[in-house]
Design a protein around this ligand. Structure first.
Ligand code: SAM
Length: 275
């Protein structure tokens, strides 16, 4: 008998992977956590029935979420990641030698524990001595830290449950206060094909608080529609040309200085969502 792992996406679509072995399932205080080995995408982690991380395509998401804003900053010393309990974004953040402190604020300690046990290649960066892992609500943490960070990355779940507030203009206002001058905020902002409302909401929240707002896109085969967006905000123009040698030192598989520049080219249907 074949075992299929399926995500029901927005009520009208399904994405499925043939499963080999179910390794872990639990219901934490916040969500259902499931880890399964699949034939096509390797080991995957689902939260509340939605694909979060797969071994095969996670590098695209984590590299684009971390390196686009960090490479846009001359000297990112203090970096905050909100959500991202699997550790993939932090793994990319600590590749930057300029980073002195990387704080991971993940509300659910079980996500971090499960990732450390079952997804060691993703969670690897969590053991870096510059990393501090906090298990609390990112909304509160940002409110309590004024002028503390150079870059804030929002690696959240979809806008449901404790993540809802991470999409609001008030949260971005708090991020602005938590950033130092020259700081950059960057969030995963869902699919321009099937979550146009979320892409628009994040852009509006960023624009309400920052003078520059840049949407950029990347392919993500296991996320709804296979095409994903990120939104960066700052109070200065974000650079299209970044230091090639600095980018090469990151030893990436998707992000490069050329991909950074290319990210500024947007198809009209996506541009229309944020204008
Ligand atoms: N890459 C993923 C995606 O886009 O599907 C996101 C991965 S990461 C596992 C998302 C994490 O955000 C979850 O583990 C969830 O517990 C965490 N989270 C949700 N709301 C949060 C909040 N208010 N503060 C901190 N973490 C939060």
């Amino acid at each position: 008998m074949e075992l299929w792992l399926e995500e029901l996406q927005l009520g009208n679509m399904r994405f499925g992977l043939r499963a080999d072995t179910v390794l872990h399932r639990e219901v934490s205080r916040f969500q259902e956590i499931l880890v399964v080995d699949t034939y096509a995408f390797g080991r995957v982690m689902m939260l509340d029935g939605t694909f979060q991380v797969t071994e095969k395509d996670e590098f695209v998401y984590h590299e684009m979420l971390a390196h686009f804003p960090l490479m846009s900053h001359e000297s990112p010393k203090d970096v905050l990641v909100i959500g991202g309990g699997d550790g993939g974004t932090i793994r990319e953040v600590v590749k930057h030698p300029e980073v002195e402190r990387a704080v991971l604020c993940e509300i659910d300690p079980r996500v971090t524990a499960v990732a450390r046990e079952y997804l060691p290649s993703v969670a690897a960066g969590l053991s870096d001595p510059r990393v501090e892992v906090l298990h609390e609500d990112g909304i509160k943490l940002v409110q309590d830290h004024e002028g503390a960070f150079d870059v804030i990355l929002i690696d959240s779940t979809d806008p449901v449950g404790p993540a809802v507030g991470l999409y609001s203009p008030e949260f971005y206002a708090a991020c602005k206060r938590a950033l130092r001058p020259g700081g950059i905020v960057c969030a995963q902002s869902e699919s321009p094909f099937v979550n146009g409302d979320v892409v628009r909401r994040v852009a509006q929240s960023v624009k309400a608080n920052f003078s520059a707002c840049q949407l950029y896109l990347a392919p993500l085969p296991t996320y709804p529609s296979g095409f994903w967006s990120f939104t960066a905000g700052a109070d200065h123009e974000l650079p299209q040309d970044v230091d090639k040698a600095r980018a090469e030192r990151l030893a990436t598989r998707y992000y490069t200085a050329e991909m950074h520049k290319a990210a500024f080219a947007l198809p009209p249907f996506a541009k229309a969502l944020v204008e």
